[in-house]
Design a protein around this ligand. Structure first.
Ligand code: 0O2
Length: 219
């Protein structure tokens, strides 16, 4: 396929329905849409990997412990859309579900979270659409992390599109709590007892104290 740079245009992912018509596909299948999200994750993952290695090699510092990525399952997307009372259309999905592409960055210390966030936001071409600081303001469940919704540019053969990716940045301690809580309390259908919910909050607070102590020890 011939690439004509002059024809490059920036399109938003929500215009993909038109884009797809242009490539003469009448039905935009779920898998085709997921391709764009997968590519956005790849783009971002490479950049994060570069930061991780750069800090290790040039500053002798493990800024990032590890990175996990995932594409939200169709079931989970539909559940979220129903919960938020959106009509089940691809347009609504693209517009309103911000975490179809998810990247989770796990770092050692709380202060690293802000360094990583600043690094991500300094990448040319990547835009921040939304930020949520659940570190200074944890959720009522006790959940702590920094969330950013980024618009990640993906270069296609003839145009550039921006794809939403949710990045969750957490310390190892926060990740330990969240991963267990996600399995045992956040996702299960029945409501936990008040006593158990309180216990989770108290564990979250203990984790938070631990994070603060670790930061002091590091200084
Ligand atoms: P899953 O299974 O992890 O994908 P937005 O529409 O972007 O403004 P959103 O996505 O409704 O807001 O909410 P928010 O607060 O940004 O949270 C999104 C994700 O954060 C969740 O995704 C979870 O991954 C995580 N999260 C939020 N609250 C909790 C919590 O109390 N405990 C745990 N363990 N994780 C939490 P999903 O789609 O809900 O679930």
């Amino acid at each position: 396929m011939k690439i004509e740079k002059k024809n490059m245009e920036l399109i938003d992912l929500k215009n993909l329905l038109n884009y797809s018509e242009r490539i003469k596909e009448k039905d935009v299948t779920f898998q085709k849409l997921m391709f764009f999200y997968k590519m956005a994750i790849k783009e971002l993952e490479t950049k994060i990997e570069i930061f991780k290695e750069e800090f290790k090699i040039f500053y002798d510092y493990d800024l990032i412990d590890h990175v996990n990525t995932r594409i939200k399952s169709p079931k989970s997307i539909v559940q979220k859309m129903k919960k938020k009372e959106y009509k089940l259309t691809y347009g609504n999905m693209i517009e309103n579900i911000n975490d179809i592409a998810g990247v989770r960055i796990i770092c050692p210390l709380q202060k690293d979270i802000y360094s990583i966030k600043n690094l991500l936001q300094s990448i040319p071409g990547i835009e921040t659409l939304k930020e949520k600081d659940y570190i200074t303001k944890p959720k009522t469940s006790g959940y702590s992390a920094y969330h950013i919704i980024l618009a990640v540019p993906v270069m296609l053969s003839s145009q550039m599109i921006y794809v939403k990716v949710e990045v969750q940045i957490r310390t190892m301690a926060m990740d330990f709590w969240s991963s267990l809580e996600h399995k045992m309390k956040y996702k299960p259908k029945e409501e936990p007892s008040k006593k158990k919910a309180k216990e989770w909050i108290s564990c979250a607070k203990a984790i938070n104290r631990l994070d603060e102590k670790m930061m002091l020890l590091n200084e």
